[in-house]
Design a protein around this ligand. Structure first.
Ligand code: SAM
Length: 230
């Protein structure tokens, strides 16, 4: 948008340009559009990775209206978490006839800690928040000993970063504008915090997000480091 148009828009509505842009994004999100949730690209990727796999235990945090939930359910049992009341109702409605799907209305950022304390393990985890998934690192890896993790990561460079998100990115990635390579490297490092070896097996990128799939395997610290316990 040109500077002149930005000024016109903001004067007309009395809102800042940032607030208007935020409203537009929220409206597209509530319509579950390809532009904001990318179901076609995510489905194509998941089907490639999960082809032929059955009987998986799957945890889907930030499940939204269930675009991916129904795809994952073809490969096993899905526990799908969603916080927003209206979105959760749509999720429930769309999945209620599928016995492989359980839904829970909760704050995913807190819920996954309760799963850890219950000793739950999954073969597949999907992290698809609107913001940065880094807040779930490194403890999310305690929920998976062997399998795959799907992670959506907003591209820092194309999002409007305020001081809070810049500080967040510096805290988790060591810099305010980490490259794709740096993000991949840091996720692998977070895995190693709990002795999980992460290998990137697939990814795609769109205008504003990366979608990564890592294979995860729990490793023995002694094997991984080559250090022998005396
Ligand atoms: C990017 S959308 C998910 C889209 C979905 N995975 C799909 O493929 O269609 C993020 C979702 O997370 C939900 N959400 C936001 N904060 C949450 C939280 N703390 N806990 C659980 N869900 C949350 C939003 O309501 C939204 O539905």
């Amino acid at each position: 948008m040109s500077e002149q148009l930005k000024i016109f828009e903001t004067e007309k509505s009395g809102k800042t340009y940032r607030a208007i842009r935020h409203d537009v994004v929220r409206s597209k999100q509530s319509k579950n559009s390809e532009e904001t949730h990318h179901p076609i690209a995510k489905t194509r990727q998941a089907e490639k990775i999960l082809k032929g796999k059955k009987g998986m235990q799957i945890l889907e945090l930030f499940a939204g209206q269930g675009n991916m939930t129904r795809i994952f359910a073809k490969h096993g049992d899905v526990l799908a978490a969603e916080k927003n009341k209206q979105t959760f109702e749509i999720l429930n409605d769309k999945t209620k006839n599928n016995k492989s799907i359980s839904t829970v209305r909760c704050d995913s950022y807190k819920f996954y800690h309760s799963l850890i304390s219950m000793g739950k393990k999954f073969d597949i985890i999907d992290l698809d928040p609107y913001g940065f998934p880094s807040r779930l690192m490194p403890d999310i890896f305690l929920l998976i000993d062997r399998g795959w993790i799907f992670i959506t990561m907003p591209k820092p460079a194309v999002n409007i970063l305020n001081g809070i998100t810049q500080t967040h990115l510096i805290t988790y990635f060591g810099e305010p504008n980490p490259s794709k390579e740096k993000i991949i490297e840091k996720f692998a490092t977070f895995g190693l915090c709990h002795w999980r070896k992460l290998v990137l097996v697939n990814h795609f990128e769109l205008k504003s997000i990366y979608r990564f799939v890592f294979h995860i395997e729990k490793v023995k610290a002694t094997d991984y480091t080559g250090v022998k316990n005396q």
